[in-house]
Design a protein around this ligand. Structure first.
Ligand SMILES: *Cc1c(COP(=O)(O)O)cnc(C)c1O
Length: 373
């Protein structure tokens, strides 16, 4: 028995993986993004299932996440996308992780590291095509010279990242693609042809935007069954994906409160009627966003009911006046479905004023993970 737990349906993740692979087709390799503990779903069990489904490669954020996969026995190529500091270079080399290099200064530094180890190390180079975060903005002739100088490194991929992939009202995506394509062309003209080139996270795959695929894609969120809401006129979905995670918590106590009675820190909620309030065993320390206070909902006895008052660290109160059958020890659903009622990580995110990624990644260590095949 658990106080608060998530159930992860690995067959859903497998089905989502196949749906995405079908969109991109056999000529495009898919790097399954399992960073941030597979968006809260558990990197090792998720990667194990995806490997069994045929996933050829994985992508993570940092060297430590790659080391975790290697220590669990994965021998696949692993791309470390989130940059690295000097102290992480030994782990990259020791564990055969392929880093993304984000500036020409880092390229120089990493090359010196490889030369000192008398080895040749692979890397992908990221171009900042407009995201304005990681990635080099150097002029293309400087990039070409730096790649040539890095003789102890091997350029295995050229990549970029889209800033507004779900926004169909802005030219930013088209601008980024064209900057990327012209950089790739200039490198090719200089005789530099990295085997992989890629810019796509989940959204372009789900929306079937073939010009974005390159020959590798990097889906994360869609593997877990979510798609960020589109802005403007999105193309029809090319893939259907379904959430894999259900979050449950038990009712610890139930009390009846009179009209006007306050509930929780700062008395942010007061009963408008005689109410049955259930205290559930999940709080913001478990990842239920504090901004869901008085705004979010949960499913109790098959009905969507409101969170009453402030989400506290370990506990949250909900209004179960309309669910007379519920008793202490019963479970409610924070994310998932009960019968006809569905409340997703996207619903919680919207009501809490955040994004589904933050809800999923925020599910804390205290929440047990239970896997179903
Ligand atoms: C996290 C990440 C992805 C995956 O993005 P999703 O929107 O979750 O599919 C792809 N590429 C990079 C560089 C990332 O950091």
């Amino acid at each position: 028995m658990q106080r608060t737990w998530v159930e992860i349906d690995l067959s859903r993740i497998a089905a989502n993986y196949h749906a995405l692979a079908a969109v991109v087709g056999p000529d495009v390799t898919l790097a399954a993004v399992v960073k941030a503990d597979a968006y809260g779903h558990g990197a090792i069990p998720v990667a194990r299932r995806l490997a069994a489904e045929g996933a050829a490669r994985f992508a993570v954020s940092c060297a430590a996440e790659g080391v975790q996969l290697r220590e669990a026995g994965f021998t696949h190529p692993i791309l470390v996308m989130g940059g690295f500091a000097s102290f992480e270079m030994d782990a990259l080399a020791d564990y055969h992780l392929t880093p993304v290099v984000h500036s020409l200064a880092t390229l120089h530094h990493f090359n010196a590291f490889a030369r000192n180890r008398s080895t040749t190390l692979p890397y992908h180079l990221k171009i900042d095509t407009g995201m304005g975060r990681l990635g080099t903005r150097a002029a293309v002739d400087e990039i070409i010279a730096a790649i040539g100088d890095a003789s102890s490194l091997q350029l295995a991929g050229l990549m970029s990242h889209l800033a507004s992939a779900t926004d169909f009202t802005t030219p930013q995506t088209a601008d980024q693609i064209s900057t990327f394509d012209s950089t790739r062309l200039a490198l090719r003209n200089a005789g530099i042809q990295p085997p992989l080139f890629h810019l796509s996270s989940s959204a372009p795959i789900v929306f079937g935007m073939k010009p974005v695929f390159g020959n590798m894609v990097r889906p994360g969120l869609a593997l877990y069954g979510y798609v960020s809401p589109a802005i403007g006129d999105a193309p029809p979905a090319a893939a259907q994906v379904f959430p894999a995670l259900t979050w449950k918590a038990r009712i610890l106590e139930i009390k009846e409160v009179g009209v006007g009675s306050p509930v929780g820190y700062s008395a942010r909620w007061r009963a408008q009627r005689i109410s049955r309030i259930a205290v559930i065993a999940t709080g913001y320390a478990d990842g239920l966003p504090h901004t869901a206070s008085n705004k979010g909902h949960v499913i109790a006895a098959g009905r969507i009911v409101p969170i009453t008052g402030a989400v506290s660290m370990d506990l949250t109160s909900i209004d179960i006046t309309d669910c007379p059958s519920l008793q202490p020890g019963d479970a409610v659903t924070l994310i998932g479905s009960e019968g006809e009622a569905t409340y997703s990580a996207e619903d919680l995110a919207r009501e809490a004023g955040i994004i589904s990624y933050a809800v999923l990644c925020g599910i804390g260590n205290r929440v047990a993970r239970v896997y179903r095949d």
